[in-house]
Design a protein around this ligand. Structure first.
Ligand SMILES: NC(=O)c1ccc[n+]([C@@H]2O[C@H](COP(=O)([O-])OP(=O)(O)OC[C@H]3O[C@@H](n4cnc5c(N)ncnc54)[C@H](O)[C@@H]3O)[C@@H](O)[C@H]2O)c1
Length: 318
């Protein structure tokens, strides 16, 4: 079966591509490398460096005719969406609409896409389940929420079998620490460089950290199922930022003391999502514990840093 993965050069998309290939799928990747990296793309996949919104991107769908599409391509930064809501909506709303239209055009029946905990906004209760009110607090949350609504409508109007996977805070190897990267990637990068990261507020704010390999597996199970709708993909466990640093610095054998800064305005204090529905309906449960996932991430960042240093030394010697 041929699957097209948009955003397959990105952090999460590239892990999905690796897993699909390992499971025997034929995989096509469409990614414009705006935040993704060519090195992330498994050489066994067919790669097109194109935007989902371009005419050439459409031609790829027409030529490849995938049976299913896993849509990860997006603008993923909430602060960037506040800076430029129009561009965020172009990529996240129109990009998703475009991907679904192309599915209809080429007869791909299955559309699985990435949604985000940002659609829920300030929690009214914890853990957040799929019936929780959705009142996003950023243009990013709103664009993801709008894409969810379109996906539901395309299901009813056109019979496209859409399933949204609503990710909690995903972490793991290949996540970018640049800009507003996830806190785990930022911490891992600081540990690799021997630098002190900044913790905003008292560090007791909590998040639900889910390992990227488990997220990839949720996509695989979704692809094998006929399930439609919307599912949280999370651990259901809250971890504070301070606890995260404690575990990660102990894995790295580091005694660096983080710097502190005032809380970020608008930061949600606690967020944890229930994955009971995914367990019940998809048979999916997270399998990689926090300590193990963090170990893999810290080791990856240290190795990446070392490889970059060796490359730099090689260039200097030339
Ligand atoms: N990382 C998280 O914690 C998290 C949490 C919730 C939801 N998500 C969602 O998961 C998905 C993947 O996020 P990620 O963390 O891997 O980010 P990422 O930036 O690593 O991946 C996004 C990929 O999409 C590509 N892309 C962007 N615009 C494109 C376009 N117009 N055409 C083709 N490709 C394009 C980028 O180059 C990149 O490779 C996104 O939809 C994001 O909103 C991520």
């Amino acid at each position: 079966m041929k699957v097209l993965v948009t955003g397959g050069a990105g952090f999460i998309g590239s892990h999905i591509v690796d897993l699909l290939l390992a499971e025997g799928y034929e995989v096509v990747v469409l990614d414009d490398l705006s935040t993704g990296r060519r090195e992330n793309v498994n050489p066994a996949a067919r790669f097109y460096n194109l935007s989902i919104l371009s005419e050439k991107g459409r031609e790829v769908f027409l030529a490849e005719r995938p049976a299913a599409v896993i849509h990860q391509a997006a603008q993923v930064s909430a602060p960037a969406s506040v800076e430029d809501p129009l561009e965020d909506a172009r990529l996240n709303v129109l990009g998703t609409l475009r991907a679904m239209d192309l599915c209809l055009e080429v007869g791909a029946r299955r559309f699985i896409y990435a949604s985000s905990a940002a659609v829920y906004g300030d929690p009214e209760y914890l853990p957040i389940d799929e019936d929780h009110p959705r009142r996003p607090l950023s243009p990013y949350g709103l664009s993801k929420y709008t894409a969810d609504a379109y996906a539901a409508l395309y299901r009813d109007l056109f019979g496209l079998a859409t399933l949204g996977l609503c990710y909690a805070n995903v972490y793991g190897p290949r996540q970018s620490a640049a800009g507003e990267g996830g806190v785990v990637a930022v911490f891992a990068d600081h540990l690799a460089r021997g630098a002190a990261p900044v913790i905003h507020g008292d560090g007791e704010q909590t998040r639900d950290f889910i390992y990227v390999g488990d997220v990839a597996r949720a996509n695989l199970l979704a692809l094998r199922s006929d399930l439609v709708g919307f599912l949280n993909v999370s651990t259901g466990r809250a971890t504070s930022v301070r606890e995260l640093w404690r575990v990660m610095s102990s894995i790295a054998n580091s005694d660096i003391i983080p710097r502190t800064a005032p809380p970020r305005p608008g930061d949600i204090r606690h967020s944890v999502l229930s994955h009971a529905r995914a367990a019940r309906e998809l048979g999916w449960e997270p399998t990689v514990g926090l300590e193990e996932g963090l170990r893999r991430t810290v080791e990856y960042s240290a190795a990446a840093r070392e490889a970059a240093a060796v490359r730099g030394a090689g260039l200097q010697g030339e």
